[in-house]
Design a protein around this ligand. Structure first.
Ligand code: CO
Length: 147
């Protein structure tokens, strides 16, 4: 496993609109994307940028709101009504190589690799195999991560 950049922290929220106000007015975020739906995942997402570090893009906060009854986020919000940290996402140079390495180590991959919110391939690793953290692995975007 070649550990890459911490791309984003996924934060579940009952209301992206309310969370945007928090990140803008309390936390001072100045770059926040337009929310967009990912119907096949049952969620709406929005990215809050943290400042860039030189040539690198800053780590983002990924706000996630359920948009239908099937969304896996509902269970999380039932236990955490205010929302909160849901997953962490690290970049890797080669998504299929990373998948094979996790599987060799006996880590459970949740579903098949699929296109994530940044348009590159992602997969999730079971939190019980990852020290309690739902972990998203994402192939590093070839160009700007924050298009
Ligand atoms: Co994510």
């Amino acid at each position: 496993m070649k550990l890459g950049r911490l791309n984003h922290i996924g934060v579940a929220t009952p209301s992206i609109a309310d969370s945007i106000v928090h990140w803008r007015d309390t936390m001072g975020a100045v770059s926040i994307s337009e929310p967009f739906a990912m119907p096949e995942q049952g969620v709406k997402v929005c990215f809050v940028d943290t400042p860039n570090d030189g040539a690198m893009n800053g780590t983002q906060i990924e706000l996630i709101e359920p948009i239908n009854a099937d969304s896996p986020i509902h269970g999380f919000l039932a236990k955490n009504p205010l929302g909160g940290q849901h997953h962490i996402c690290f970049e890797v140079p080669d998504i299929m190589a990373a998948k094979a390495e996790f599987e060799t180590l006996g880590k459970r991959i949740l579903g098949d690799p699929r296109v994530g919110a940044h348009g590159t391939m992602i997969f999730f690793v079971h939190p019980k195999d990852m020290g309690g953290m739902l972990t998203e692995i994402m192939e590093t975007p070839k160009e700007d991560a924050h298009s």
